[in-house]
Each structure stands twice: as C-alpha cells, then as structure tokens.
Design a protein around this ligand. Sequence first.
Ligand code: SF4
Length: 224
Amino acid sequence: MELRLAGTHYPLETLGPGKRFGVWFQGCSLACPGCMSRHTWDRAAGRAAEVSDVLARWRDALDDGAQGMTVSGGEPLEQAEALAALLAGAARLRDGARRHEGGAGAGPDLLVYTGHEPGELTRGRRAALGCADAVVVGRFRVAEPTRLAWRGSANQRIIPLTPLGVVRYAPYLARGAEGPRLQVVRDEDGLMRLHGVPLRGELTALESRLRQAGVVLTGRSWRP
Ligand code: SF4
C-alpha cells in the first residue's frame, strides 16, 4: 500500500519519550493558524512511499533500540487506510521483537498526532488508530501556549489507548518533558528540519539569532 509521505527521521528525540522513529504524513486540510508545518499541508507535495518501505526503516530502528514510533504530519487520519496499515505492521514488528525480550508491559510504543478533536474521531478514524498505544488530539491553537510535554497548545491532550500507552504516557498527561523541545536535523534532501514543539516565540527568536549570525532562512514552514 502507498502513502503520501512528508518524511521520516531516526533518531527523533523531541516527540515522545526516548529515542524514536518519526514518520510525517503529507497533507492536512485543517489549516490551524500558526501551524509550524505548513509544508505538509499540500496533499500533492511530499513523495509517494510504500508502507512496506517505511516499515523496513522501523525494523532498522527497532534493531538499533528505538523506544517508539511517532506518527505526525500533516494529518495522518487523512490517509486513514495507510495509517492503519502502517500501525498494524509496526505493531507486528514491535511485538515480534518484544517476544524475544520477554516483556509485555514495556517496549517500543506507537504514538500518533492528530489535529482532530476527540469528538471528531469517528468510528472509521478510531479504527485507523486501532494499533496505536497513545494519541495526541486537538487542533493547534496559537493563542493557548503551553509547556506540557510534546504538545503545542494547552488544549491538546495525550490519550493512552493501551496498557503500554498508560505506562509510557500517564506520567506526562499534565506535566512537561525533560530535555530539549526542538531538534535540528538535515534531511536526505539537504533541507534543515526542526522536529519537536517550540514554545511561543521560540521560532522568531531562532530566526533573529541566526540573522545576527549572518544566516538568513528561506522557505520557512511556519511563515505563510
Ligand atoms: S498543526 Fe497539525 S493539524 Fe494543524 S494545520 Fe498544522 S499539521 Fe495540520
């Protein structure tokens, strides 16, 4: 099965606990004002990828000791069928690896970000999330800044969906995460990517500091 992909990255360290495999779906029609990922809105942009190829990268990450997969976007639920296939395959590979380790209550978790509100999670959308261990729900609201772990605005909630999700995320439902909130990486196309959830004003401050150092950013995904 094919999906429209904005990118993948490993190791991702700012969207969920531990060292993770990140998958960004391409396409989002929710258009939250202030979104930092406007490059993921256009469904025709990004690139086509086979779910099996993404899963091969996940297998490599598991072999390296990845502690989870984070799926974001874009809006993953706008490709519900591909999301379901990706999560099912990721859970199968994870459970195979976990059997060797003999632990059922721990191990790599599957976290999905969606801009949909809990009341918008129709039966079909919930089915697509069937293999996720936890989900971060809710639109990004620029007027509601927060320091809550892995969330961009105070309205967004982490909902654990499985016992593993409870183990990994219950400690963070109402508190911040340790460690940096933003990770800078250079992707395979040579572009600079910022992964994570910045605090209010952090991107403007970054632009300003870079400008003072003689670096001018172009094509910023957080600017219209
Ligand atoms: S914040 Fe997320 S849901 Fe909102 S427009 Fe950006 S990618 Fe879409």
